[in-house]
Write a protein that binds this ligand. Sequence first.
Ligand code: ADP
Ligand code: MG
Length: 230
Amino acid sequence: MPTALNLVNVTLEYPDGDSTLKALDNVNLKVDAGQFLSLVGPSGSGKSSLLAVAATLVRPTSGLVIIDGADATALKPAQSDVLRRESVGIVFQQPNLLASLTAVEQLIISDHLRGKSLKTAKGKALELLDVVGLSTSANKRPHQLSGGQRQRVNIARALMGDPKVLLVDEPTAALDHERSETIVCLLRKVTDDFTVATIMVTHDTEFVPITDAVATMRDGKLSAMERIPA
Ligand code: ADP
Ligand code: MG
């Protein structure tokens, strides 16, 4: 499978008093289309920073961020916004759904930004809600959904743009064990069905075997990726 995401010698520094803090220290990482990677490591080790850089939300101090063959660090901000909309799906811990919109509307509004017609967007939104097991909840608003269901809406929304790369930060942090497992299994399924390159930051090492490989962050440095035996 082709490489969907390639981080090359990525360093991210933040000002820290008189010196700088290296949130990412010369990170190299390749994730192929259809590959599901777990990213683990202690709090403060740089996991969310890695996702933010891979999502082109934060520009690294140095290094390359290549998404679907395009180097995001060489693009002007407006162009990298387009690359993100077209190629990256983002799922954060808190679903950040809009309180007044139904599940299907949450998805449609994200596609509206891509300039798709309402009819196309609605058809696709309903299909994706079906994929995540929410076909009967399309017209429910966030307060009518459980935490696990809201996270599934969040995942469906991230898939609206047919991303090549799916970045997921601690998706199960607010969920009980059974719902957490459902979410990780769903991420496994969408990684396979949509041949997307998925990185999931997780504390729950028990779910790592559902993924293809694991890498560990420590003080901004990324370990070599370890394959999970099938
Ligand atoms: P993790 O997700 O593994 O807990 P983070 O990527 O959030 O780690 O943070 C890595 C390091 O970078 C931490 O020391 C954190 O305090 C620092 N950091 C993260 N974001 C910022 C920021 N916007 N400004 C300054 N320092 C930051
Ligand atoms: Mg984090």
